[in-house]
Design a protein around this ligand. Structure first.
Ligand code: 5GP
Ligand code: ZN
Length: 116
């Protein structure tokens, strides 16, 4: 199911190194290489899904699982009370740069402005 040309598939398969903070049968979470806030994690499904545009109904339960993993990781990082944000970028106008579905978990400092 891995895409040989996909950076996050290679991270999931541990073909290239990353700072993995959590993994289970369905997802892997690791530190973003270019953190935008003190806590900046990426949570990705093991299976290659290019973006939300490609998500199928069967795969949609992954999103709930990612949310639960994010909740636990926020607690572990001790940002559950101070606040955190989950972001998914889909496509060019949203600024998606890696086409393997991922959720950004952001926190650890006040975030400038509200996007929505
Ligand atoms: P996007 O812009 O697609 O929503 O998010 C992609 C994220 O992947 C960016 O925040 C970027 O810093 C991160 N990223 C890109 N290459 C690597 C890498 O090789 N390792 C890690 N850990 N993160 C990466
Ligand atoms: Zn992939």
């Amino acid at each position: 199911m891995a895409d040989a040309n996909c950076l996050f598939c290679k991270i999931v398969e541990k073909q290239i190194p990353s700072s993995i903070v959590y993994e289970d049968d369905h997802v892997v979470a690791f530190k973003d290489i270019s953190p935008q806030v003190p806590v900046h994690l990426l949570i990705v499904p093991r299976v290659h899904i290019a973006s939300l545009n490609d998500l199928t109904p069967v795969q949609s339960t992954l999103l709930g699982h990612i949310a639960l993993v994010a909740k636990e990781l926020a607690k572990t990082a001790e940002i559950d009370e101070s606040g955190w944000r989950l972001v998914m970028n889909c496509g060019p106008h949203a600024g998606q740069t890696v086409f393997h579905l991922h959720m950004h978990l952001l926190g650890g400092a006040p975030m400038a402005g509200k996007m929505v």
